[in-house]
Design a protein around this ligand. Structure first.
Ligand code: NAD
Ligand code: MG
Length: 395
């Protein structure tokens, strides 16, 4: 029986994880669930999965949650705040931790899980992009290992021989990250300034949370994933290529020096990488339908348009700069995406804000968590200033 803690259990990845877990009650036991503030949803999950610990990151409503759990006859303890998230991430009954909080808010708990030797199932790519080698060092020190959940990185993991996170596998020439291209792949560049949050979140292939949906629409998601892939697979500049593949069937590819290229294919459903990571090294049923190759007929590949989607180039530049530049990129993006989702910033101004923040804060060494958190805070302030001053180019 494998004990599982799920950070971000009420989100898209969290719910898909519980869907897979529920298919295998003889294999998995949910020991802790954590979310930001959706008390009713968390309560419902507790009723069903009976964890030992339930965490609300925002303390409002924690008293009501505890009372409702008691009324339901459950012994689930309730904790709150960052300490609560860390308690879930390091729960003594957890063998693996699904790190599925969105954004920098998931960094501390993901690091804590790694340090405590829990196997980290990493969906929260922002935590890795920000902290870089620091998270990989924590994984190595804790000894619990890391399996990527991001479909592309999970695909690459499946196409590589087993090895420690962060080390380059022998014989690899490069990896190819596939990108769906998002909802605006065929929308003319001049129309992008006027697109709405709902249009940006209407992803043609994947159903996801709103922040990553916007990142997919700007291609920043692929930029963050490029940095994620460089770190996870020990690939320096030039080792990771991006190719647009609108069908989202080939989840990524590994090219070896002998000319072999291995790919992982499947229907676009996150339950496949989640099931893979939960059961690794075994394979279990995930609820995902078989791939129907005859119905697909053909698959297309094309180059990304970096002029229309400047976020990809900004991420590539931050990756080349290294140090705290990826943390600055990530923080500016989080602030700009939140402003876009709230109707305070144009879609095309997201990239403009990030570019200006990167220009103001070129970044320095990321030798400690303190360096990373300071860069994150500076970048957030700079982005808020720019957006407040209309410097992102709204209108
Ligand atoms: P989501 O918005 O659907 O869910 C986010 C979860 O995190 C929720 O449970 C929410 O309560 C929790 N959360 C948010 N802020 C928090 C905070 N401050 N403290 C504690 N909990 C907080 O997001 P998602 O789509 O499930 O994505 C989660 C992560 O997985 C992201 O990093 C995303 O990039 C990554 N990811 C998602 C997908 C996908 O298909 N959804 C695919 C690949 C990677
Ligand atoms: Mg992905």
């Amino acid at each position: 029986m494998r004990g599982i803690a799920i950070l971000g259990s009420t989100g898209s990845i969290g719910r898909s994880t519980l869907d897979v877990v529920a298919r295998h009650p003889e294999r998995f036991r949910v020991v802790a669930l954590a979310a930001r503030g959706r008390r009713e949803a968390l309560l419902e999950q507790c009723r069903r999965f009976r964890p030992e610990l339930a965490v609300l990151a925002e303390p409002e409503g924690a008293g009501e949650l505890a009372a409702a759990l008691r009324a339901a006859g459950l012994a689930t303890q309730v904790a709150t705040g960052e300490d609560g998230l860390v308690a879930a991430a390091t729960h003594p009954g957890a063998d693996a931790v699904m790190a599925a909080i969105v954004g920098a808010a998931g960094l501390a708990s993901t690091l804590a899980a790694a340090r405590a030797g829990r196997r980290v199932l990493l969906a929260n790519k922002e935590a890795l992009v920000m902290s870089g080698r620091l998270l990989l060092e924590a994984v190595a020190a804790g000894g619990g290992g890391l399996i990527p959940i991001d479909s592309e990185h999970n695909a690459i993991f499946q196409c590589l021989p087993a090895g420690p996170a962060g080390a380059r596998a022998p014989g690899v020439r490069r990896v190819w990250l596939t990108a769906s291209g998002g909802p605006f792949l065929r929308v003319p560049a001049e129309r992008l300034a006027a697109v709405t949050p709902d249009e940006a979140c209407a992803h043609p292939r994947w159903s996801m949370g709103r922040k990553i949906s916007v990142d997919s629409a700007t291609l920043m998601n692929k930029g963050l994933e490029l940095i994620e892939a460089q770190l996870l697979f020990g690939l320096a500049d030039g080792g990771v290529e991006v190719v647009v593949h609108p069908e989202s069937i080939v989840h990524s590819l590994v090219e070896y020096v002998d000319g072999s290229t291995l790919a992982q294919l499947g229907n676009p459903d996150m339950r496949t990488p989640i099931a893979f990571a939960l059961a690794w090294p075994e394979r279990i049923e995930s609820g995902v339908e078989s791939l129907d190759l005859l119905r697909l007929g053909s698959l297309r590949f094309e180059a990304p348009d970096r002029r229309k989607f400047p976020c990809l180039g900004l991420a590539e530049a931050a990756a080349r700069s290294g140090g705290t530049a990826p943390a600055v990129l990530n923080a500016a993006n989080e602030v700009a995406v939140a402003a876009f989702l709230e109707g305070r910033l144009n879609f095309t101004a997201i990239a403009a804000v990030i570019e200006r923040v990167l220009g103001r804060l070129p970044g320095g060494p990321a030798a400690s968590l303190g360096d990373v958190l300071a860069a994150d805070a500076d970048a957030r302030r700079a982005a808020v200033d720019l957006i407040g001053a209309g410097g992102g180019g709204r209108g």
